[in-house]
Design a protein around this ligand. Sequence first.
Ligand SMILES: [Zn+2]
Length: 127
Amino acid sequence: MKIEFKKVQTVEKEFDIKLDSVEFSGTFCRISNNLIKLNSNIIGKLMVECCKCGEEHYINIDENQDFILSDGEFLSENAREGEMIIEIENHIVDFDELLLSELESIKSDYHICSNCQSNDNFIDIEY
Ligand SMILES: [Zn+2]
């Protein structure tokens, strides 16, 4: 789903897209000339790699993420805590791309598969 930046209105609108087994939903609205606020909820299953053995496994995700979308360069004095700043190119808000980059950042977090986790527990007990 794509929306032209200048067509986003100041009244909150809902969105809901799906990508594989992940659902990305929430609301968005314009908060200034070149800023859009987007409150989202990401729910579903995501394939991630174990950082110890490299084994791929699914994790359940259920995350609330607030975004500020900036049309062009974002001025840091507008930054607030807990918000993810995204600079938009070509004046187009691309929800699929937002979701994809969010999923990529979840994937790059520290994940441990259940095998390695139980090994860890074992080591903890040993020492
Ligand atoms: Zn592992």
